[in-house]
Design a protein around this ligand. Structure first.
Ligand code: AMP
Length: 122
């Protein structure tokens, strides 16, 4: 899937629409999810134009990958969820119901997240 520069996170990166920012560096921007599913629900996105982890892991430079992953860990520590625990999640494509076609890592925390994934119906 080609990158669509009109996606909502591209607009946030360009400053065309606001976000509730928690962190920014050369590689990543992090902000609160607009529809939080946990007391801590932050999205971390790379500055580069990547559709999903599939695209990012294939095309991003080592520096971009290292910078982005370091930002995810930094944000989790800044949010204070590193001791109680947190879950990260990145949806790619149809089966994962990815809504926004710009790579984003969800960080969930400050509640018990229970099981990893609902079981498929028998
Ligand atoms: P996904 O299904 O992994 O693509 O998740 C997209 C996430 O982006 C959802 O959790 C939405 O609530 C969130 N989202 C959509 N628009 C915005 C926005 N303008 N600011 C913050 N979060 C957003």
């Amino acid at each position: 899937m080609p990158y669509d520069d009109q996606n909502i996170f591209a607009k946030i990166l360009r400053g065309e629409i606001p976000c509730n920012k928690v962190y920014e560096d050369d590689f990543a921007l992090a902000f609160h999810d607009i529809n939080p599913l946990a007391p801590c629900h932050v999205l971390v996105i790379p500055k580069g134009a990547y559709v999903s982890l599939d695209d990012f892991s294939d095309k991003a430079t080592d520096a971009e990958i290292a910078g982005f992953i370091r930002a995810v860990g930094h944000v989790a520590r800044e949010q204070g969820v590193h001791e109680s625990g947190y879950r990260i999640l990145a949806n790619h494509g149809r089966d994962a119901h990815q809504e926004v076609p710009h790579l984003h890592i969800h960080i969930f925390g400050k509640r018990d997240m229970k099981g990893m994934l609902a079981k498929a119906p028998a």
